[in-house]
Structures are given as C-alpha cells and as structure tokens.
Design a protein around this ligand. Structure first.
Ligand SMILES: Cc1cc2nc3c(=O)[nH]c(=O)nc-3n(C[C@H](O)[C@H](O)[C@H](O)COP(=O)(O)OP(=O)(O)OC[C@H]3O[C@@H](n4cnc5c(N)ncnc54)[C@H](O)[C@@H]3O)c2cc1C
Length: 375
C-alpha cells in the first residue's frame, strides 16, 4: 500500500516525491508514461557523447533562494549566464534589445541616456493597451516591433500579436546599457552533471518506487494508494469533459556538426526567416568540451506534446471550469500541465514545495528535520 501515487516524474512530481519520502517518511509510487524521469527537463548523451536536452534547451534561473538551496542538495552547479542574439537584416544583435542592439541595427552611436529618447521618439501613443501588439508598439515603436516581435510571435503561436492577449508580452524588456545577459535573476546556473543526474539524486530513496512507461489509467485501479498527486494535463484527468485545453507544441530537430563550435552564442533567434524560431548549441549551456557540437532547431507546431498553454481569454475560461473540478477533488494538482500555466522550472519547484507545506499542515507531518535525520 502506497501513501501517495504521484503521476508525472518532472519537477512537480519529483520534488513532491522527495519531500514526502524524506521529510514525511511516506511511501511513494512515482509513475511516468515516458521512459525516463525528469519530465521536460530530461537530458541525455546523444550518439556522439554530447549532453543534449530532449525537449528543448532548459536554462535554470531563479530569484528564489529557497528553490536554489533546495535543488543544491541534489547537484553541484556550473555558473552560466545565457546569451541570445537575433539574426536580423544580415546581422546578429543582442536580445533583449539593448544599447548595442540599437546602435548596430541603425548604425548609430547613441549613449545610454540618448537611447531613452530614441525609444520615446519611436513609441506609439496607444490609448488602450489590449493586445501584445499594443504593448510592444507603445514601448519601442513599430519598426522594432516588426523586426523582433511580429514574425517570431506568428511562428511561435501561429497568431498575429494583435490577436494575442496583452498579458503575453506584459512587459517588453529593453535595456539602455550594454548588458547582454538574457536573464537577470540572482541565481543563474546549470546542474553540473545535467538535469537527469540531479533527478536521480533527488529520487534515490528507499521510500520512492518509480514506474516508467506507465500511464496513470493503466494502474490507478490496480494499485493501492491513499492519496494522489497529479502533474499531467488537468483536462485529461477529467476525461476532457469540457473539451480539450489548447496547447502549442514544438518539433525539435537535432543536428551534430563535425566542428567544435557552430554559432556565436548559446541561442540565436530567427524572428523573420526560416520555419524554425531558434537554434541552440548545447555545449554553451553545459560547458562540455567535445570536438563535435550538437544543436537543436525548434519548429513550433499545433500538434504534439502539450508545451505552451495558449494564452487567450476563452482558454482561461475553459481552464477555470477544470479548476473548479480540481478544487473539489481529493487529488492535488501541481505543475505546468495540471494548472494550465506556463511556468519556468523554478516556479514549478516553488509550487511543489508550497504544496508539500500544505500537505504537511493537512496531514500533520511532523518536523521535517527529525524525519530527515531518521531517513
Ligand atoms: C521548449 C521548452 C523550453 C523550456 N525552457 C525552459 C528554460 O529554459 N528554463 C525554465 O526554467 N523552464 C523552461 N521550460 C519550462 C519547463 O519545462 C517546465 O517548467 C517544467 O518542465 C515543468 O515541470 P512539470 O513537472 O510541471 O511538468 P513536466 O516536466 O511536463 O512533467 C510532467 C510529466 O508528467 C508525465 N505525464 C503526463 N500525463 C501522464 C499520465 N497520464 N500518466 C503518467 N505520466 C504522465 C509526462 O510524461 C511528464 O514527464 C521550457 C519548456 C519548454 C516546453
């Protein structure tokens, strides 16, 4: 008899499995329909021996000390500040847009203070900000909107920014200095031996049993357990009773080149040319030394694994109906698919840690420290 059946071995399921097993001394069965742990953060060595991310590039960044300290129990880190360039008009310029971007694109020599005036000059006077297009043209004007946002958004969502909710581009990050880091979070590091190794360390506990290649419907009635935590798609759990929640997916194309380095930085975005949105070269992210190099191209698509909830008001309404069912249920719904929200890894870890605290309060799991010492 298991105390918990946890469906999904990504960050949401694995963090909860670890906490319940170690701090709660609970017996946990963790299942995943895929043939590996780690969810979308899964990485592995390809045929050439290069560490790659199966579901697209995953870069860890967070402002949460709690999340960083928690994960640090399972991995050492390698400092890594991700950098992105956009391939535009035959040049490659920093993203987010900064002083170098503007001076390079327009062949100018502006200072930081002059750049503020440049943006103010270009910005359009939008009275009511409703769509993503409104957000961007109000901040940086139409030319930069066309160069950086319009084509990229069209490829990513198969929608024009004028059809997408303002919340999708709630803020256009622009910088008036030359800071060319993609993220500005306090903690920016990659697990030194990869994500999968980190998950293995997290789940290595006698209270945790793992079953892979197992969909939850296959076993839910076969195995005895007291409580369930579900991290798969919430609409699937409720048999799509209100219809399917829409997602955008991605086809990943991997390629290895017989040279040490392919591009100038970790990721190059292609906002306007080609069917793919970006190319990422893994060795930048992982720091691996190898005489060859592996890349991934991302082709957004309508069909495939559910990756990005499509942020439109009607979808939010549909999710609300599922959430009402979830709120009445005995099962805990945690993670990106179960809450129909695009969360970064650190946000999912934070959500899982706070769910554990709730469970702890509900079922009266005693002091974490005593149990951890006993485990
Ligand atoms: C292309 C891409 C790039 C990303 N890049 C970043 C990044 O750079 N930085 C960052 O912080 N975040 C990034 N993310 C987000 C990150 O992937 C998520 O935050 C994280 O994976 C969420 O963890 P999760 O446990 O909620 O979901 P998942 O990782 O999706 O795990 C859910 C698991 O549940 C399993 N499952 C589902 N249904 C069932 C079922 N019925 N039975 C059994 N198992 C089931 C699935 O197989 C899956 O393994 C990216 C996401 C994508 C799609």
């Amino acid at each position: 008899m298991f105390d918990y059946l946890i469906v999904g071995a990504g960050f949401a399921g694995s963090v909860l499995a670890e906490r319940l097993a170690v701090a709660g001394n609970k017996k946990v069965l963790l299942i995943d329909k895929r043939n590996h742990i780690g969810g979308n953060a899964f990485d592995y060595y390809d045929n050439e021996g290069i560490l790659i991310h199966k579901y697209g590039p995953h870069i860890f960044h967070t402002n949460s000390r709690e999340v960083f300290d928690y994960l640090s129990k399972f991995t050492e880190w390698r400092n890594y500040q991700h950098k992105v360039l956009a391939d535009l008009d035959g040049q490659q310029v920093p993203v987010p847009i900064n002083l170098t971007t503007i001076n390079t694109l327009y062949n100018l020599n502006l200072s930081s203070s002059e750049l503020e005036g440049f943006f103010a000059d270009k910005a359009e006077d939008v009275k009511q900000v409703r769509t993503s297009e409104d957000v961007v043209v109000k901040a940086v004007g139409r030319d930069l909107y066309n160069k950086f946002f319009r084509g990229y958004t069209q490829k990513q969502w198969d929608l024009d920014p004028s059809e997408l909710d303002a919340s999708v581009t709630a803020r256009v990050p622009t910088r008036t200095n030359k800071d060319d880091r993609y993220f500005t979070d306090t903690y920016q590091s990659m697990p030194l031996y990869g994500y999968t190794k980190m998950f293995e360390n997290m789940l290595n506990h006698p209270n945790i049993k793992i079953m892979l290649n197992t969909g939850y419907r296959e076993i839910a009635n076969e195995i005895a357990f007291s409580k369930m935590i579900f991290t798969g798609p919430v609409d699937e759990y409720f048999n799509y009773c209100y219809g399917k929640l829409p997602y955008r997916s991605i086809n990943f194309k991997f390629e290895t080149f017989d040279k040490e380095q392919f591009q100038r930085t970790g990721t190059i975005n292609y906002p306007n040319d080609y069917a793919f949105t970006r190319i990422t070269e893994f060795k930048y992210l992982t720091g691996q030394k190898h005489h060859k190099t592996s890349l991934v191209y991302e082709f957004p698509t309508a069909d495939g694994d559910p990756y990005y909830p499509i942020p439109r008001p009607e979808n939010a309404e549909l999710y609300k109906k599922y959430k009402a069912l979830a709120d009445q249920s005995d099962t805990h719904f945690v993670g990106r698919l179960a809450t129909y929200k695009y969360y970064n890894m650190d946000q999912v870890v934070a959500q899982a840690l706070s769910t554990f605290k709730k469970i702890q309060a509900e079922v009266g799991i005693k002091s974490m420290h005593n149990n951890e010492a006993a485990a």
